[in-house]
Design a protein around this ligand. Structure first.
Ligand SMILES: O=C(O)[C@H](O)[C@@H](O)[C@H](O)[C@H](O)COP(=O)(O)O
Length: 234
């Protein structure tokens, strides 16, 4: 088993974490633009990242016209639905100067992420840069990350296939999901895990122990050999 390569940073409070994570991701964006002419980032949804999105969207000295934003995963709902991660990113991050960024949603229509829907999404993602400048993951208290949920019907494929995305359904996931696969997410200059609260710190500690990846899929990230920058606050 590959030993985790972790850098764990703890912050006094949520606003401080949000600003520091935004600056770290902004640095990745600037470096990628300098090196490759553009920068693609993939961010997670849920309740944790809202402050971070606002901080990043307000960050100065980013040429947003050279930035591509996409989602690590998405609930298979359209942007009028409050559960939409795309809605969260557009409302919280892509405002003001950041609105000139190119946004690639993962929901591509229809009621189900069937084969045709996933194919539509993957076709729309075809011109994404090969390498992400930054990927920002969250984590659930069950040890899921992205839409790699315990019991997911395509969990093994999600952790091993090139993707870029696939559909997954799982107890505890709510709606059917579409998610980037792990190998595709690991093609990232910087990989960040943004978690908050004592409970998730304990979940991470458990995940760092032994045990099957399938029980706590965040273990697949921790055991990938890719450096993981953990940003945590109480
Ligand atoms: O679509 C999603 O829900 C996210 O991509 C998911 O992986 C999220 O990061 C975790 O579920 C944590 O969510 P919270 O921040 O709400 O705890």
């Amino acid at each position: 088993m590959t030993q985790p390569v972790l850098e764990r940073r703890s912050f006094a409070d949520k606003p401080t974490l949000a600003n520091e994570l935004a600056e770290a991701v902004a640095d990745r964006i600037r470096t990628a633009i300098d090196a490759r002419g553009e920068a693609a980032i993939a961010v997670s949804g849920g309740s944790t990242p809202s402050r971070f999105f606002q901080a990043l969207g307000k960050t100065k000295d980013i040429d947003w016209s050279k930035v591509i934003v996409t989602l690590v995963d998405e609930r298979w709902v359209d942007e009028t639905n409050d559960r939409s991660n795309a809605l969260l990113v557009n409302e919280r991050m892509l405002q003001g100067p950041a609105a000139t960024a190119r946004f690639y949603p993962l929901y591509s229509g229809g009621d189900e992420p069937d084969a045709a829907g996933v194919a539509r999404t993957n076709a729309l993602l075809a011109d994404l840069p090969e390498q992400f400048a930054a990927v920002v993951l969250g984590m659930g208290s069950d040890g899921h990350t992205a839409s790699f949920f315990p019991g997911g019907d395509t969990l093994d494929q999600a952790l091993s296939e090139e993707g870029p995305t696939l559909a997954i359904r799982a107890p505890g996931a709510g709606e059917p999901r579409i998610t980037f696969t792990l190998p595709r997410l690991l093609r990232a200059d910087g990989l960040y895990l943004h978690i908050e609260g004592e409970e998730k710190a304990a979940v991470l500690d458990t995940a760092l122990g032994d045990g099957p990846t399938q029980d706590m899929p965040i273990r697949a990230v921790l055991r990938s050999g890719h450096a993981v920058n953990v940003y945590w606050c109480p």
